[in-house]
Design a protein around this ligand. Structure first.
Ligand code: SAM
Ligand code: SF4
Length: 326
């Protein structure tokens, strides 16, 4: 098992399968984003090798993310091989949903259990502005495909951005009345690429919570008020689904963090919002033994920072979100 020096057991690995994406969300990456050449990214066998190593170290949950994980070549076969790793209990994916009509059933058959799909607004024009060219109906088709394939329960991620979509919060929360989804509102985090925008247009979860209660009345707290992953989860009285609030900026959940991340170019990232990383891909390509890599990983994890430093205005600028995987 892997622990850090604060006694947190780390067992949840998020792997960015690619930094490439078929959208360019304003809070995630610049429009003229230049992606890494393929040779700099982990190849299939490298992803698999590292995933197996992490599972042997006690990691039992893997989330595939990106960039957009579904644009990766061979994603279905890669999912099949990761799902087959002995000891792995949970395999999920975060996706913008656009390619799910084509891939949902194949991914399910390959062993993917669930998906989180990002949807920040229900309005076509705003969706296009937020994503720079996306079509909201493609995401709806993706959500339907995920449901039909049984990639459930579906979670929907909505980042709330001032002057873009804060007025849509109520409409998005309303979806839970008729759908068994968990809709999770997320505070926009500052990270390399667009930090000024991300900080200036932050909408706090306190504000979002008030908007939802103003529209639907007092929310019922679920899970005894404990965090479900990173979200505090509630139900609108009588609703089929749940509403979650992820206050990574204003009420960080660092004390309960059990995560490690693998960037698309094979670095072990210890905290999403801190720059510290351990290069695993270079030693792997240079022929390091499994034991040497294991020692590198364990030593890196041990040094996982206690938490982010946003309150002290310490912002990680060495990468954009899509390289790390959110
Ligand atoms: N492309 C996939 C997607 O959009 O779901 C997976 C990768 S994306 C980086 C993962 C999640 O991070 C998405 O839900 C996205 O909305 C969120 N995200 C991106 N930039 C963010 C930021 N600056 N603050 C908070 N969440 C962000
Ligand atoms: Fe692409 Fe996801 Fe980033 Fe949007 S949030 S640009 S869909 S990686």
């Amino acid at each position: 098992m892997a622990f850090d020096r604060f006694g947190r057991r780390l067992h949840y690995l998020r792997i960015s399968l690619t930094d490439h994406c078929n959208l360019r969300c304003v809070y995630c990456m610049p429009e003229e984003m230049v992606f890494r050449p393929n040779r700099e990214l982990m190849q299939d066998e490298e992803v698999l090798f590292l995933a197996r190593l992490f599972v042997r170290l006690g990691f039992d949950k893997i989330r595939l993310t990106g960039g957009e994980p579904t644009v990766r070549m061979n994603v279905v076969e890669l999912v099949r091989q990761i799902a087959a790793i002995e000891g792995l209990k949970t395999l999920t994916m975060t996706t913008n949903g656009i390619l799910l009509p084509k891939l949902a059933q194949k991914l399910k058959d390959a062993g993917l259990q669930r998906v989180n799909i990002s949807l920040d607004t229900l309005r076509a024009d705003k969706f296009q502005t937020l994503t720079r060219w996306g079509r909201v109906e493609d995401v709806w088709a993706g959500i339907r495909a995920a449901e039909e394939a049984g990639l459930t329960p579906i979670k929907i991620n909505a980042v709330v951005v001032r002057n873009y979509n804060e007025e849509d919060v109520v409409e998005i929360a309303r979806l839970t009345l008729d759908h068994p989804w968990q809709i999770r509102f997320i505070e926009m985090m500052p990270l390399g690429g667009a930090t000024e925008f991300q900080q200036q247009q932050l909408v706090t979860m306190e504000e979002v919570f008030s908007m939802v209660e103003a529209a639907f009345g007092p929310l019922e707290s679920l899970h005894d008020g404990e965090l479900d992953g990173e979200a505090r989860v509630y139900r609108i009285p009588g609703a089929q689904g749940e509403v979650g609030f992820i206050a990574s900026v204003t009420k960080p959940f660092c004390a309960l963090c059990t995560r490690a991340r693998l960037t698309a170019d094979g670095k072990l990232r210890l905290c999403l919002l801190r720059e510290g990383e351990v290069d695993l891909l270079t030693p792997l390509r240079q022929g390091a033994t499994e034991e040497e890599l294991r020692d590198l990983i364990l030593a890196g994890l041990w040094e996982k920072p206690w938490g982010h430093g946003l309150a002290q205005n310490e912002i990680a600028v060495n990468r954009v979100m899509s390289e790390i995987g959110g």
